[in-house]
Design a protein around this ligand. Structure first.
Ligand code: SAH
Length: 258
């Protein structure tokens, strides 16, 4: 990495082996690493001796470091000639605010790059055995936030369009919003019998998967005591999983049908 530059890097989801070679190279070269809560901490072991490691952890509703402060810190370290890595869970540009950080860097004329990562929807699907698209079953995939922060903003979630226009819906940040998600989708015509999967801590040894229907999604989550981080997959592709189960070489979490 060149001094005075920032690399916005995707660490991939839970499993540290899912990081890219390029991302690992950036971690090894960095003078300063600003990392998030969902980044596997073992990845920091690859940093060189003396590298500064700064935790910016955000958990739902609590921010260790404000976004503004993170942006300022990136700019300040780059200006002082450091090679800076901004390490984020999954992919930096999928609900990762990597775009905002890139904009801040561009505004301050700091050279930056973006290194993509495996986003958690992709990882959750792979390790739960759910093909997000499948010939004859699903020809489209939407990546959606369940967080209600987008309500009242210029880009609210269009549940009306999603309910009818997309085959597979992958929802991030939805654990606390299941009742709302269910209500919106049912209201806009998604059948209550639509299959759903809840994938908690995907791609980690603690992964749990529960499947059922949209109508019963809240009850399922209660029964399993679903907690963050978790991914919600809605659509007929969840049924393909049932056909794959048993041949997954230990990749699958336990299935409980609701
Ligand atoms: N940039 C990240 C997403 C950050 S938003 C990415 O590309 O994956 C945080 C949300 O990601 C969580 O609320 C959860 O829905 C999802 N998530 C992150 N890690 C996860 C994991 N290991 N298993 C399931 N969902 C995960």
């Amino acid at each position: 990495m060149r001094p005075g530059t920032v690399s916005i890097v995707g660490a991939g989801p839970g499993d540290p082996e899912l990081i890219t070679l390029k991302a690992l190279k950036r971690i090894r070269e960095a003078d300063v690493i600003l990392y998030d809560r969902l980044v596997g901490e073992e990845l920091l072991d690859y940093a060189k001796e003396g590298a500064v490691r700064l935790y910016c952890g955000k958990s739902p509703g609590r921010h260790a470091m404000s976004q503004e402060r993170i942006n300022e810190t990136l700019v300040a370290y780059a200006r002082s000639g450091k090679a800076v890595v901004r390490l984020k869970g999954g992919d930096p540009l999928v609900f990762g605010r990597g775009g905002e950080e890139a904009l801040a860097l561009a505004e301050h004329r700091i050279p930056y790059e973006i290194v993509p990562g495996v986003t958690s929807a992709i990882a959750a699907a792979a390790s739960a055995g759910i093909p997000l698209t499948h010939r004859g079953v699903s020809a489209s995939l939407a990546v959606v936030t369940g967080s209600r922060c987008s309500e009242g903003s210029d880009a609210p979630v269009r549940w009306d369009m999603l309910a009818r226009g997309v085959d597979t819906i992958a929802i991030y940040m939805g654990v606390g919003q299941l009742a709302h998600i269910r209500e919106e989708l049912l209201k806009h015509g998604k059948p209550g019998s639509t299959p759903v999967a809840l994938v908690e801590r995907a791609a980690t040894p603690e992964q749990r998967v529960v499947t059922g229907t949209l109508a019963r999604i809240c009850r399922l989550a209660e029964e399993m005591r679903l907690a963050n981080p978790a991914l919600i997959v809605i659509g007929d592709v969840v049924l393909v999983r049932e056909r794959l189960l048993g041949f997954g070489l230990g990749l699958f979490g336990e299935a409980v049908n609701g």
